[in-house]
Design a binder for this molecule. Structure first.
Ligand code: SF4
Length: 840
């Protein structure tokens, strides 16, 4: 075992833009000693930390695996280009967040396939880990590379690289799979025998190397019931800002509406609702254990959940009492009701999203989106009456049978909605136009995909006509759609192109700053792939490349639905009667809804303890000043992230933090001058205002803070005491020189500097640009410490302006003609004047 040292990491992290992506240490993180477990899995998300952290599937698997004392789960995310460059330069292999273990150290590396445009990142992560990309080149000393997720319904473009695909729900498969792998490890099975054994153990395990020799039926796995213990009550809470930073409560899985373009709507069947009591219990526990301020109800169609009203009614007091805002990411327009909107309004108001998908009712019949224009208008009016100021609408272009009339339908709808919004003040209408991709396992999987030029023309047509103040139209470059479509419906030949494109430098293809169409076109050409082949309709008589994998929904049903699309016929919601998609066996696997009584009954959740105490603002306030240190990997936490971490920790501990007044109340946490990123801070201060006195704050906070962040002292201060910021007159720093730096020469330079009138240098501000400043008046004094081989610098604070240690060092090192300073930097403390530290 080879755990990366902190110094190696430090060297690397000081060079990257967002080091917080790579340090782990999240609240509720589980860090097991690798020597004390028998088998380890590294969950690998092939995109950035910020994109991957909200993924609920990993939260569940992380919790399920770590709940087993014999097994450990850690995580890794795709390193951004700056980190990749540093790792390659310093030959540092890709490592996990929990223990900074190289990925080759794990028994299993498990990727999730959420989006086709991350495929080159999978190759890049394997390469950075020092793992051969092709499965045929890996032997027993390398981890087993597995993958699951929605894109696994067509795994063919990736079969050369991965050992095993898990098709469908993984909650009750992960431990049995790990048991088999552990048995193989103990008995010394060859990789080949192990994979054969795994393939034979469940039809949801697709092992291409075994299947190619002897095809066997592969079928999606469906959990019969969403068990409460699948869900962590202590989910990981990120330290840095991420997308969708909130508690996501899965209320049901599956969707019965049958939209013909929607892969998730087909592959997550049948609907399995969770009991309202169960949701309530999880909400109480999770809010108690996380300190989240926002939650969302996770489902493909939230308002279809038949237990929504009782669930919301039960949860509302809890949600309101702790100022948590609820978002409903997928509301159906015909079922928006005032109670739901009220629930969403109980906290911070987020945007409301509706997805009519097509501009005319005719085209909505083609795609089986059963929404009338009137329902859209009614729902919009209700949202306006409830005070929403931003409403989003999703549409697709390039749908089968689409005409100019359908595109104009989008324009007409949005203009009507815009007119309706006038009496309600300044309303933002955001329209997203995405391009249709015929995804595998859907009734439209055989359809043609419009080429980028056609899509662009259609997008322009709509955009042009919606150039109206208050309406914002967002689109995606149709070139992405082309590549995404080929990867989605690709065969094994496409795997060659993925490899070639990666060799040419493709990674982060979903990111506009990295996507390069030319690289892909060259890769297709070199792989003998004609792009046009993937745009024309697929023959229904010929098996599609992915059809040896059953998504549960039968081919006959998909074909029948395709024909109904052309007849513009609706298929009813299968809650109103089975429409024969063949997923259910009507014994174990069947629709489970609250109103049909098929959902388990739960023993009544115990009377919950208060989640967090947010009493009415009392007339009294109690301020505690904290002295803390921020060292180790926590030195990479930004000022803003530190604020969030302290706030979440106080929430988690249910401490009565006081909030500011006004429309957007903020917790009263007051930090000092920001600690520069990468600096260790030995003595920092923060003031926290509470509504009631708090005892044992230091012990409480230290019990939840990640390693590296420590409260050293606390002291109650009077409300007339100047804040940390106001009280600070000086900031102290120390820089420890690397051995190669000649301390006597530094001394000479400092003497020369002391004789100069000004120390001019350029300060860069990201928004205001460059500015010349004189650093000399901002430096109060400095001393060299030969024993420590360091320099101590005290900066003055003048009208909130102060000097920066790096600027000071830059002047010395530039004069000495030395490369930029790279040593250890400490923020040693701050003082109210030369003699009196503000220490608590
Ligand atoms: S088999 Fe029938 S009830 Fe079950 S998901 Fe399919 S359409 Fe719905």
């Amino acid at each position: 075992m080879d755990i990366l040292g902190e110094n190696i990491l430090h060297d690397l992290l000081t060079r990257v833009e967002k080091p917080g992506r790579y340090v782990g240490g999240e609240l509720n993180m589980i860090r097991k000693n690798p020597r004390e477990t028998e088998l380890s899995l590294c969950l690998a998300y092939p995109d950035t930390y910020e994109v991957g952290m909200p993924f609920q599937g990993f939260q569940e698997l992380y919790h399920l695996v770590n709940a087993n004392p014999h097994y450990a789960a850690e995580r890794v995310y795709a390193p951004w280009a700056d980190m990749e460059m540093g790792m390659r330069e310093k030959e540092i292999p890709l490592f996990s967040l929990e223990n900074q273990r190289p990925l080759t150290d794990f028994d299993i590396l498990g990727f999730t396939l959420q989006y086709e445009m991350t495929y080159t990142n999978i190759l890049n992560m394997l390469d950075l880990a020092g793992i051969p990309l092709f499965f045929r080149d890996r032997d027993e000393k390398f981890p087993l590379i597995i993958a699951g997720g929605s894109c696994a319904y067509n795994p063919e473009p990736l079969v050369s690289f991965l050992d095993l695909f898990v098709i469908g729900d993984a909650e009750d498969l992960v431990i049995p799979l790990m048991n088999t792998i552990l048995e193989g490890k103990k008995r010394g099975w060859s990789r080949e025998f192990l994979l054969e054994t795994v393939a034979g153990s469940n039809p949801a395990f697709y092992v291409p190397s075994v299947w190619d020799k002897k095809p066997y039926p592969v079928r999606t796995h469906i959990v019969k019931e969403l068990q409460p213990d699948y869900y962590p009550e202590k989910p990981l809470i990120p330290l840095i800002e991420i997308a969708h930073d909130r508690f996501a409560l899965e209320i049901q899985r599956g969707c019965t509406e049958g939209c013909r373009f929607c892969q998730a709507g087909m592959t997550y069947r049948p609907v399995r609702e969770r009991a309202p009591e169960d949701l309530y219990h999880q909400t109480v526990q999770t809010l108690r254990n996380t300190g989240y301020e926002e939650m969302s109800l996770l489902s493909l169609s939230t308002s279809d959940y038949t237990g929504l009203e009782p669930a919301i009614r039960k949860m509302l007091p809890v949600i309101r009492s702790c100022h948590v805002s609820v978002s409903f990411p997928s509301l159906r327009l015909d079922s928006v009701n005032p109670e739901l909107l009220d629930a969403a309004l109980s906290g911070k108001r987020s945007g409301l999203t509706f997805a009519p998908e097509a501009g005319t009712e005719r085209l909505r019949r083609v795609i089986n989106k059963n929404i009338r224009d009137k329902q859209l208008f009614d729902a919009f009016t209700l949202a306006l009456e409830k005070g929403w100021k931003t409403v989003k609408f999703y549409f697709m272009v390039g749908l089968p049978t689409e005409t100019l009339e359908d595109l104009d339908g989008i324009v007409r709808l949005i203009r009507t909605l815009h007119d309706m919004s006038r009496p309600y003040g300044h309303i933002h209408i955001n329209v997203t136009l995405s391009s249709f991709i015929p995804k595998p396992a859907t009734p439209l999987q055989w359809e043609a995909q419009a080429d980028p030029a056609t899509l662009q023309a259609r997008i322009d047509h709509v955009k042009q006509k919606l150039r109206i103040p208050g309406i914002k139209v967002m689109t995606r470059d149709p070139e992405y759609t082309l590549i995404e479509g080929i990867l989605a419906r690709g065969d094994r030949q496409v795997g060659h192109a993925i490899y070639r494109s990666w060799l040419k430098g493709s990674r982060f293809d979903a990111w506009s700053e990295y996507f390069d169409m030319d690289r892909w076109m060259e890769a297709f050409e070199e792989s003998g792939i004609s792009v046009e082949t993937y745009l024309t309709p697929f023959d229904t008589q010929t098996p599609l490349p992915w059809e040896h994998i059953s998504p549960g929904v039968s081919r006959t049903y998909l074909l029948k639905e395709k024909e109904k699309a052309y007849r513009e016929e609706y298929t009813q919601d299968c809650r109103d009667g089975c429409t024969g998609c063949d997923v259910c066996d009507f014994t174990g696997i069947r629709m489970r809804t609250v109103d049909s009584g098929t959902v388990r009954t739960f023993t009544k959740a115990e009377n919950p303890l208060p989640i967090r105490s947010l009493p009415e603002q009392s007339s009294e306030r109690y301020i505690t000043r904290l002295e803390f240190s921020k060292t180790g990997l926590m030195r990479y936490l930004s000022h803003q992230d530190l604020f969030r971490l302290i706030h979440r920790s106080l929430n988690l501990l249910r401490l009565p933090v006081r909030f500011s007044e006004g429309f957007n109340p903020r917790p009263r946490i007051s930090l000092g001058y920001p600690i520069p990123m990468g600096f260790e801070a030995l003595s920092e201060f923060a003031d926290i205002t509470f509504n009631t006195p708090v005892t044992g704050l230091m012990e409480k906070l230290n019990s939840v803070f990640p390693p590296g962040l420590r409260i050293l002292k606390t002291q109650d201060v009077s409300k007339d005491t100047p804040s940390v910021m106001q009280a600070t007159c000086y900031l102290d720093y120390e820089a420890l020189f690397p051995e190669k730096v000649h301390i006597q020469k530094i001394k000479q330079t400092l003497d020369e500097l002391a004789g100069m009138d000004q120390w001019l240098m350029t300060r860069h501000h990201p928004k205001k640009g460059n500015k010349t400043i004189d650093l000399k008046p901002l430096v109060d004094n400095f001393t060299i410490n030969e024993t420590r081989q360091s320099i101590f610098v005290r900066f003055r604070v003048q009208e909130s302006r102060t000097g920066r240690l790096d600027e000071f060092l830059h002047i010395i090192f530039k004069k000495e003609d030395l490369p930029p300073y790279e040593g250890r930097r400490l923020k040693a403390g701050l003082c109210t004047d030369e003699t009196a530290d503000i220490k608590v």
